[in-house]
Design a protein around this ligand. Sequence first.
Ligand SMILES: [Zn+2]
Length: 396
Amino acid sequence: MLGWAFALVVAQEPIVLEAGRILDGRGGVIPATRIVVSGGRIERFDPAATGRRYDLGGYTLMPGWIDGHVHLDSFFGADGRLAAEPTPAELALGTAGSAWRTLLAGFTTVQALGEASDKPVRDAIDRGLLAGPRILTSLEWIEGKGDSSGSDDDLRALVRLRKAQGADLVKIFASKSMRVGAGPTLSEHQLRVLCDEARALGLRSVVHAYRSQVAVAARAGCSQVEHATYATGADIRALAEHGTYFSPQVGIVIQNYLENKARYLGFGNYTEEGFRIMERDLPLDFEVCRLGVGTPGVKTIFSTDATAGAHGRNAEEFVVRVRECGQTAMAALVSAQSLAAEALGMGDRIGTLAPGYQADLIATDGDPSVDITATRRVVFVMRAGVVYRWDGRGKR
Ligand SMILES: [Zn+2]
């Protein structure tokens, strides 16, 4: 923690990163150089730069990762079980703890989908009061009732309410949980009303969708589709046709539930039946991810759906993406860098390692574009020019 406090103090002075191998976040590799960071941004590449220096020459430097789907408000309580009814203080601290672990793992931006309690943590991190990734949050999600109830005006009012509450985007549940059958909860018309209203307010719309609701959300003009379990090839092609970002999860969410079953069991729909369904259908998630990666024109971004137990292990998603979805290691990395930044509407600020971009930079021991398991070995984390982690061998 001393290192972190010190870094905060000197954050205004230029920092020079001596870099050996550099990935640019767009699939390119930059020759060894020195990178000058000033005012929270990447200022320039300058092999002759001098000043306060981090020697990352033995590591691989790249833009910090972006996770398009996390639940920071999900954490285990002091009894080791899911904190289902935390006090406000426990909720704030638990959310902050999830954020800190996520940052240390190399994730410098996350999209939280989401809870009202994300907001004070997002704002505290923005104000420099807490260490964590940059957070974009939907706050509470919008959910259909499954009976086409809810007038157009009611639906628009829900979106406007989230905007007024300070949401960065809206999260819409168009399908029930896979643990309870994954049935539809909103009609195509209702989804169009919601996603149109979001766009009119300058908000992106992220839709939790299974089965044919995937194509429905794409046709309705929503920005991003989550999960897509049980979707067909035609459903996935609809994402490409409509330019909808696709956010599958294969590497950590279900595995983490299964590993921590005893800590979840008995809360809400975390039932024995729900666990049986998740275990049974994980291979179907691999299949739909393979469809996304293998279908031309589908913009498949990185996301984990991380809940309690998974925060800080987000990089497992990379490893399984490559192993089970047939994605190249470089494409998997880009899906969490420039492509994810573009999905968040921040492609001109984050996700790319170039002068003018935010100094969200991480380094790994080993080159993950060659060996994806190197994503588990993050040694350096800088966000907006502040160093939060440095446990490498180089001199400071
Ligand atoms: Zn989720």
